[in-house]
Every structure is written in C-alpha cells, then in structure tokens.
Ligand binder design. Structure first.
Ligand SMILES: [Zn+2]
Ligand SMILES: [Zn+2]
Length: 250
C-alpha cells in the first residue's frame, strides 16, 4: 500500500528490519509464523488479566472491573485455553496447510516500511477487518440457526474474561484467521505491517474481553462487555462507527 501521505525515508525501521531479515528470515517466511505469533500473543496478553482475575478484590486495579459481581474461575480459564489449543490444532493448522497451495510465498522486501506507512497499513487492515466482522457478527446474531451452530459458544460467558476471547468454534476462528491473513495481502501491506496488525488485533480482542475498563486504554472493553450482557448491540470488534451508523449501539 503506497500511501501518498507517507513519503519519508525508511531509516527508522530499517536496522530492525535488517536484523529480522538476517536472523529470522526463514522462520518469519514460514506459513505458520503468523499463527505462532498470534497464539503466543494471545497467551502473553491474557496471562496478566488472569492474575488480576484470580487475585479478585485484592488486586489494586479491581476498581476498573466492569462486572464486579462476576469472578472467572481457574476452571473456566482452563476450558477456554483448552478450546483455543484444540481449535488451533484441528482447524487453524489444517487451514494453513490448505492455504499453502494457493497463497503466494512470503518474499521479504529489502526495505522496511516508513513509520507512517506502517501506521497507515495497520489502520487500513483494522478498518477492513472491523467492517467484515461487523457484518459477519450481525448476521450470526440475527440468524438463529447460525447463532446456535457457530457463535453461541462465544456467548457462554455473560461476563467475559481475557481467555474467553478465543472461546470460539473452529469455524469462527478459521473465518477470522482467513481475513487476518488475506486482508494485508489484498491491501498490499508490508510484512512488518501485517505482523504488527495481527498482534495488535489479538491485543484488542483480549482487551475487549478482559472485563476491565481501564481509562488509559483506547480499546472497547466496555462496549464488548455490554455485547456479552445484551447480545443484540455493539457488534463492532474495534471501532464504533458501524454500530453508530446502523443504530446498534447499546
Ligand atoms: Zn466476545
Ligand atoms: Zn456476539
């Protein structure tokens, strides 16, 4: 994606990109790299919230908890983690193997993106994903059959917690993974923008489900928490504009 507003040189990220190229070139070109990156992102981002949840009222951030009468248990967390592992093993990995046949191989460009290009590409991918998921999410709530077969599992918990961001059916995980992997290619993004966007999406998703509404985070934890309480509102994953346009805010 060559944005006309990003004309600066690539100096800032070039040495970092050269290092990735030289030390991890083969690893980051593997079709499994985005999955490994996002799965370990999910584990690392969810873990601190799990500590907060297990400490309960003793944690000093408890004042920011949205549903103070709900306490996720270790058993609930382990069930979500197990589902995430199962879905990655039996849906995501076979999906990647199938994609291998038609996806172009990753070729690392010699130059890094400029910081401006990186930010524009990340924002573009988030915007596109936000639109795709809004439509998908809306349809999977309005159609009772689709809701029961595909999306209801995600609504097992009225009070979400970090690990529940991956409490999905395999079909939902594969759909989300397909958009996350193909959108950056369709938009012509630099691999660094693709990977950064994947990690940011996982963070936003974990934060959405954290159950904590921290004033210093820009994500939508409160809006998505309300979606789990009243599932006919707040269908957007990251931004609010589609809910505002279609009148589906709570
Ligand atoms: Zn959710
Ligand atoms: Zn939903």
């Amino acid at each position: 994606m060559n944005s006309p507003i990003c004309q600066q040189k690539h100096l800032l990220l070039q040495s970092f990109w050269d290092y990735i190229h030289a030390e991890f070139g083969e690893f980051v070109c593997s079709p499994f790299f985005p999955l490994i990156l996002t799965f370990f992102g999910f584990l690392s981002f969810s873990f601190p919230f799990a500590i907060l949840d297990l400490l309960g009222e003793k944690n000093f951030l408890y004042q920011y908890k949205i549903q103070k009468d709900k306490h996720p248990t270790l058993n609930m967390m382990m069930l979500c983690l197990w589902r995430a592992i199962f879905n990655h093993l039996f849906y995501a990995i076979p999906g990647i193997l199938l994609n291998w046949f038609w996806m172009p191989p990753v070729i690392l460009p010699a130059t890094a993106p400029s910081v401006c290009t990186l930010l524009v590409e990340i924002f573009g991918c988030l915007l596109l994903f936000d639109f795709q998921y809004y439509i998908w999410h809306f349809i999977h709530h309005k159609n009772l059959w689709l809701y029961k077969k595909v999306h209801a599992i995600h609504h097992t918990y009225v009070a979400p917690f970090s690990w529940s961001s991956q409490n999905l059916t395999g079909y939902e995980l594969v759909t989300l993974g397909f958009w996350s992997n193909t959108n950056p290619i369709s938009l012509g993004c630099h691999p660094l923008s693709f990977w950064s966007c994947s990690l940011l999406s996982i963070w936003l998703s974990v934060e959405d489900h954290s159950g904590y509404n921290f004033p210093w985070f820009l994500g939508g934890a409160l809006a998505h928490d309300l979606h789990h309480q009243r599932p006919d509102t707040n269908f957007s994953p990251f931004f609010r504009h589609w809910d505002l346009i279609f009148g589906t805010t709570s």
